[in-house]
Design a protein around this ligand. Structure first.
Ligand code: GLV
Length: 390
């Protein structure tokens, strides 16, 4: 039995990744902003929701197949956009995209990925989704949207909650950069992860390839991190959603909504779906968990658009709880990054298999055969959800 086969939970994959990935990149994934309270609550709030067991139901012919923004998915779980996939393992985003494609779920490439839009398009056959950060250099953003169109991306995921970067203490302490700076500390971190280092030596993809070579002022790698930090547009507003949608001409999913009024504004601006998200607890520390606010956002806009959720999903049970509270789809970011660190493409496939099996068995034990029939009747109206009106 391989080490990956022995991983039975996402937590097992996380521990494997921590042993294999240099500390600065592992820490980048396993971090929230400031006190990390929102990061923690994204996970712990799921545990407060209790499932309703039902018996004596015919459990033959179960299905997890569904749709997200009208596109078929083998289970309602997409890969979230996450920076540094290609620093968890060489060519990480290509590996994750291949795993998602074979599995039949959407892969979302981050603007801040190591592998570029073109890298993913060349190495996959089905359309993927592209996550967009709006930056001050609107000419660059127009070209980025156009590149996503040329690559036949079937949706844009527009992130609204990172006009200003939340402070993650670990990244500052680790002096994080992509590619890594060669200081005695970073060399030590990489040298103690020889398989990782060997993989990195074998690839040319070691920087932010959606950006490098596509903008002036960011060709020199040493200036790249300051360029990106200075580039996020603090004036981003709802009119930009419409602007992006018109430029792209396809579905736009608005990510980073945590408030019912904001969700309504996103829909008014043309969002084809909203993702309830606090950026994995990496932005506004002290904000509520995604699952806590999901019901009020479903109440506000669920009849006008699809509501998706990311943040804190570590198991198929978590997926089921989000669907029961009205999400049409969910996203996994860290489980994908841990899968990459633990075993590249096979590690992501393992993460997806773990979540799929947990979702299927949990759904069955709730007395359900079809993931599309999940609803508030599958959970107890505990404190967390009662306050939201269920
Ligand atoms: C970027 O999306 C980050 O959270 O670091």
């Amino acid at each position: 039995m391989s080490a990956l086969d022995r991983a039975l939970t996402i937590e097992d994959l996380r521990r494997m990744a921590r042993r294999r990935v240099p500390k600065m990149f592992y820490d980048y994934a396993d971090a929230g902003s400031y006190t990390e309270s929102t990061y923690r609550e994204n996970e712990t709030d799921f545990q407060k929701i209790k499932l309703r067991q039902k018996v004596a139901v015919d459990l033959n012919n179960r299905t997890l197949a569904s749709t997200m923004i009208g596109q078929p998915v083998t289970m309602p779980v997409a890969i979230a956009p996450a920076a540094t996939g290609g620093m968890q393992v060489a060519d990480g985003e290509i590996k994750a995209a291949k795993a998602a494609e074979k599995f039949g779920i959407p892969f979302t490439l981050s603007t801040m990925a190591v592998c570029s839009i073109e890298d993913i398009a060349e190495n996959t056959t089905k359309p993927f989704w592209f996550q967009l950060y709006v930056m001050k250099d609107r000419g660059f953003i127009e070209r980025l949207i156009d590149r996503a169109k040329v690559a036949k991306c079937s949706a844009l995921v527009l992130t609204m909650d990172l006009q200003i970067l939340g402070q993650r203490h670990k990244d500052i302490r680790n002096n994080l950069s992509t590619p890594p700076k060669f200081t005695p500390k970073s060399v030590w971190q990489m040298a103690t992860r020889p398989a990782w280092a060997f993989g990195m030596l074998g690839t040319k993809r070691r920087t932010f390839r959606n950006i490098v070579g596509h903008v002036t002022g960011a060709d020199d790698l040493s200036s790249l991190s300051s360029w990106t930090a200075a580039q996020f547009d603090p004036s981003l507003n709802w009119a930009d959603v419409t602007w992006v949608k018109n430029r792209f001409g396809g579905p736009v999913i608005v990510k980073g909504v945590l408030d019912a009024d904001d969700a309504a504004k996103a829909v008014d601006a043309g969002a084809d779906a909203v993702i309830v998200s606090n950026h994995g607890g990496r932005q506004l520390d002290g904000a509520p968990s995604s699952i806590r606010v999901l019901p009020e956002i479903v109440d506000a806009v669920g009849n006008r658009t699809e509501v998706h959720l990311d943040g804190g999903i570590r198991s198929g049970q978590d997926v089921l709880k989000a669907l029961a509270l009205g999400a049409k789809g969910t996203y996994i970011g860290r489980p994908m990054l841990y899968g990459l660190g633990a075993g590249g493409e096979a590690g992501v496939t393992r993460a997806l298999n773990i979540i799929q099996k947990e979702l299927d068995i949990t759904m069955a034990l709730c007395g359900e055969r079809d993931v599309n029939n999940l609803g508030p009747h599958n959970i107890y109206s505990n404190d967390l959800v009662r306050r939201q009106g269920y």
